[in-house]
Design a protein around this ligand. Sequence first.
Ligand code: SR1
Ligand code: MG
Length: 410
Amino acid sequence: MAADYEILTPDTVPAYIASKPHLAGIVDASTLEVAEVGDGNLNLVFVCRDADGRGICLKQSLPYVRLVGEAWPLTPERVIAEARGLAIADELTPHLVPRFYGIDAEQHVVAMENLMGWEIWRGKLNDGFIHRGVGALMGEYVANLAFHTSYFALNQMEVKKRTAEAINPELCQITEDLVFTEPYIEHDNNSFVDEIAPEVNALRTDQWLRGEVGMLKFKFMTAAEALVHGDLHTGSVMVTMRDDGTADARAIDPEFAYYGPVGFDLGALFGNYLAARARAEVLDRPAEFKDWLAGLAQETWDAFEAEMRRLWPTRPYDTWTDSFLDAWLTQIQKDALGFGGCKAIRRIIGIAKVSDIQELPHEEHVKAATIVLRTAATWIKDRNRLATVAASNGVFDDVAAAVMSGSTGH
Ligand code: SR1
Ligand code: MG
């Protein structure tokens, strides 16, 4: 599907910025250097810097999936979901997202702070860099979005109005298909190396697993708990090291945002931490790095729980009791393990894979993919018994030890 709006290029971005009143004064468009750096699956991303060192980042939706091309049309209106997600988080947690500069709904462009010098977390994880505290920052981000956009903080009419406004069916369908359906069936979108075919077959013929994945898909489709980011993997987090040696992070890319289950965002992080751990294991990274990775999910969970408990007394409705919060947190942790498992499996079997696993040498790739699939399947099936991040880490340890010692498991 050809675009019926002007697609930006690095050459046309300066004139575009100069023509938009809502972008006036952020940068000097006459001295701008522009590069297109989009390395995600869907959009164009332009990072711009003027002669004074001021920056801006523009993200433009294409009318199709960039990874595949025009053969896979996709609504460019997704930029509205991204703008909504950014704007709300910019109010709630301005220290955890890029500053939001506005949206151009005609040309499907969202403008935000250029995080100059910051890098995508996944790449830094792949290279073995430790950013202490970043897992906690993401837990804080998820908690604030969850609390402040939900019935915990808002009245019924407001939540329902926002739920309707945030409906994002095309992007949700991508997740429904790619995360919860396609990995478990024969599908042209899938691909994997021959050596893991027995693992994939084991998942596809496991009726217990298939039933649990169905339940998680149903929850994704129906549990409108709060506005969620919707795609919070480690490629949706930018990180930096400050001069004082502390790390900082920003959540980016909320174009999949909609009213969904809060455990989905935590699960996205857990599933991607799993991929990072599997990579570190097969590459035999230093113990300090592996230990830090092993603690990431707990760090994220602890920060999420602490922030929810900190915000809880501010809720305006005493319908939600303290014991309700305890029960809700217990359920969210179980949901997160299940969603985390689904998010990990799709990155091994389905389309849109992750460099953590794809860029490994062949033998290591097979081992890492096997670790991810076996760990993830157990998280999904056994999430109610495991119940905690600590227990899910034990599953990883057992599976990794078996795979590294050469057990086929089948
Ligand atoms: C067709 S590619 C779609 C994927 O890219 C995004 O990053 C989401 O993870 C989505 O599932
Ligand atoms: Mg994205």
